[in-house]
Write a new protein. Structure first.
Length: 61
């Protein structure tokens, strides 16, 4: 599964048919911004149904 790679820079999921759009930086940038705010990002995915992305950022440091 691709979940562990989704937040890497330039990673793009290959789907069927073999069409890939984008540059593979959107989720990477989200993860970096969240990390710099001492937060975390994760996802839950169900094959054939889709994925839900979550993030949390602390209110205080």
């Amino acid at each position: 599964e691709d979940q562990h790679q989704l937040f890497e820079r330039y990673y793009r999921v290959m789907n069927q048919p073999q069409t890939v759009s984008g540059f593979g930086i959107g989720l990477y940038l989200c993860a970096e911004i969240i990390k710099r705010h001492h937060g975390r990002i994760w996802l839950e995915s169900e094959l054939g149904k889709g994925s839900t992305f979550y993030f949390s950022i602390p209110l205080k440091q």
